[in-house]
Ligand binder design. Structure first.
Ligand code: GLU
Length: 379
């Protein structure tokens, strides 16, 4: 049964420029044969290509490495030990990427594989690297294909489920929308497999204890993530100003079908990715150093430009790439905060110099900007 999407939801897909799509193993992998559902994947690729055509940037977070690799290595279907899961992921990831490359390739799209660990999204230097790489791939027109780096992540440091990985990625790249393609079409107020009167919640504006209690009750056979992890993902997304939708993905052309009004639960974020990121940089991070800018740079910053090394007159403190620093005017008063693209030592070496001198001063070609304007908040 389809329903008419509210104008807000329809507008939300139409207005979302950057969309992360999370795909669960059960949609992609034939559980009996352990092979890829090729027809389904081809139909997803057609949807992705159509959205790209409309100017949207798409990032795919896909599960399925372990499901594909375990049969390939003859590991069977019984519970796997950690080392076996890691081995299965190593063998399966190649097959998974290859399947996406084939399907998206048919539509003329390029795929780029990115494997992340939990630490990559928590450590700010790595976070900045991952964010920059994803930005670069999107700028180059590629479709980043992301999975957890299961082969090196041990149980204690794993995301474990790609719902939360998807939310982390969505927050990391300031996505407008995260779509969880699942085996269930949304959040229900009771377990729909046991309770015929269970009703799907159409829209959630806030994750209240009442909503969380529903997740405890409702079941999903999705491989790793159940409804609890989906709500954890929704919380992260909404805090980052990103909307989220849960919908059934096991039909051909699942993205188009969602846009045409397929049943789903829609999680609406109050803020937007830009303002939430600014709040994070400006408000919740503790600066560990300071950068003083010259009058010319001050003017440039106020008119919305990035901070270049040439405009820096003093560097104080000891910080690492990706740390939050305070930005001061020539009189020493804080005028804003930002995430710095160089360590304190490197920043001292390049301050006052032109961007094209960075490579000869440091021996590597880093970012052109000391603080990119997307990483800067003026107070
Ligand atoms: N990263 C795992 C895989 O690719 C899946 C995690 C999940 O099921 O969410 O097999």
């Amino acid at each position: 049964m389809t329903r008419a999407m509210t104008p807000q939801e329809k507008g939300s897909i139409a207005n979302s420029k950057r969309i992360v799509v999370k795909i669960g193993s059960v949609l992609l992998v034939d559980q009996k044969k352990g092979t890829v559902h090729q027809e389904w994947l081809d139909s997803l690729a057609t949807d992705v290509a159509a959205w790209r055509e409309r100017g949207k940037e798409i990032i795919i977070v896909s599960s399925g490495a372990i499901a594909l690799g375990r049969r390939y290595l003859g590991l069977g279907t019984a519970g796997l030990r950690l080392q076996e899961k890691q081995a299965a992921a190593a063998a399966g990831m190649i097959r998974l990427s290859h399947a996406y490359q084939e399907s998206l390739g048919k539509t003329g799209l390029t795929v780029a594989q990115v494997l992340l660990t939990l630490e990559d999204s928590e450590d700010r230097r790595r976070y900045l690297n991952a964010r920059n790489t994803l930005e670069t791939l999107l700028k180059l027109g590629a479709i980043p294909l992301i999975n957890e780096n299961d082969t090196v992540a041990t149980d204690e440091i794993r995301f474990g489920d790609n719902d939360r990985l998807g939310a982390r990625v969505a927050a990391m790249v300031s996505a407008d929308l995260l779509i969880l393609l699942s085996d269930i079409d949304g959040l229900y107020n009771a377990d729909p497999t046991k309770n015929p009167t269970a009703e799907r919640i159409e829209r959630v504006d806030e994750i209240t204890p009442e909503i969380e209690a529903m997740a405890g009750a409702a079941g999903s056979s999705d491989s790793s993530g159940g409804m609890v992890t989906k709500l954890a993902a929704a919380k992260q997304c909404m805090a980052a100003g990103c909307n989220m939708a849960i919908t059934k993905g096991g039909i051909l052309n699942p993205l188009q079908t969602l846009e045409d009004g397929a049943p789903c639960t829609w999680f609406t974020a109050r803020g937007n990715p830009r303002t939430e990121r600014q709040r994070w940089i400006g408000g919740s991070l503790q600066p560990v150093g300071a950068i003083t800018v010259d009058p010319g740079a001050l003017k440039a910053l106020v008119s919305g430009n990035s901070l270049l090394p040439a405009g820096v007159s003093e560097v104080s403190g000891n910080f690492r790439r990706g740390d939050a620093v305070s930005v001061r005017n020539p009189e020493g008063r804080e005028i804003g905060r930002g995430l710095i693209a160089y360590s304190a030592d490197d920043a001292r070496l390049i301050m006052g110099h032109k961007t094209d001198e960075i490579e000869s001063l440091l021996g590597y070609r880093g970012r052109d900007e000391m603080i990119h304007r997307d990483d800067l908040v003026l107070s």
